[in-house]
Design a protein around this ligand. Structure first.
Ligand code: GLN
Length: 237
């Protein structure tokens, strides 16, 4: 059976709070089931492989977003075409912001985004920080948020879920993250997939379905991940 190609965007610049763990979780969940995959790191100047099945990007400081900004926006047409072709994407915090139309930092620096997701982000003087969990149609996602950017969703996306306790996209409308087709963005670090096995499998399922691989995924013993999620979501912010 064909190996899935996982693309890891900017592993050096965009990896705070262990977001690289999302790549490891997907790789391990495939390997545990005897399913092959290759992980392709894509840094500034590297081509995105044409056979990408899942694209992952983590959080980053405003400065790191500035460093990769020109390279990222140079990929806008490619990323938009991939999203329209139902490539699966999971973008965390800084990369999530960069999939939107623009990120205006609190210092007034405008970083253009790829326009894959219909949203804009404005830096604020407030930091939205703390443990958070979000109930979605793919189960509860559990993580940690830390951002100054306030994200407003446009009509072309829907929220990933509702931020019951945490701040989520902007601290005021209770939305968290965004979804369009197979593209998911969230502020949850953690890495979020380590404590959200159903969501991890949903991403794998979507990528496989797109390739015509519709066999059910073998269940995995996820007790430890579920316990971690329950403990983490019970923690105070
Ligand atoms: N620099 C962005 C912000 O503060 C993203 C931070 C992050 O990725 N944690 O809003």
């Amino acid at each position: 059976m064909d190996a899935l190609t996982l693309v890891h965007l900017y592993p050096r610049e965009m990896n705070i709070y262990g977001d690289t763990g999302n790549v490891l979780v997907l790789r391990k969940r495939l390997q545990w089931r005897g399913l092959d995959c290759r992980v392709v790191p894509v840094s500034v100047g590297d081509p995105i492989p044409g056979d990408a099945d899942i694209v992952l990007g983590g959080g980053g400081q405003d400065a790191a977003q500035g460093e990769i900004g020109a390279d990222f926006v140079g990929r806008a047409a490619t990323l938009r075409a991939m999203a329209d072709d139902d490539v699966v994407m999971l973008a965390i915090c800084g990369t999530y912001q960069m999939l939107g139309h623009e990120f205006l930092t609190k210092d007034g620096v405008r970083i253009n985004g790829a326009g894959v997701l219909d949203l804009v982000t404005r830096g604020s003087d407030r930091r939205l920080i703390g443990n958070n969990h979000v109930d979605t149609e793919w189960g509860r996602l559990v993580g940690f948020e830390n951002h100054s950017g306030l994200t407003e969703l446009g009509d072309g996306v829907r929220a990933l879920g509702s931020a019951a306790e945490g701040c989520g996209n902007n601290g005021s409308d209770h939305t968290e993250g965004a979804v369009r087709r197979n593209v998911f963005g969230t502020y949850l670090h953690g890495p979020v997939l380590a404590k959200s096995p159903e969501f991890a499998d949903e991403l794998i399922r979507r990528a496989r379905r797109r390739r015509g691989q519709s066999e059910a995924l073998e269940p995995l013993p996820d007790e430890l991940a579920r316990t971690a999620a329950a403990v983490a979501s019970g923690r105070p912010r």
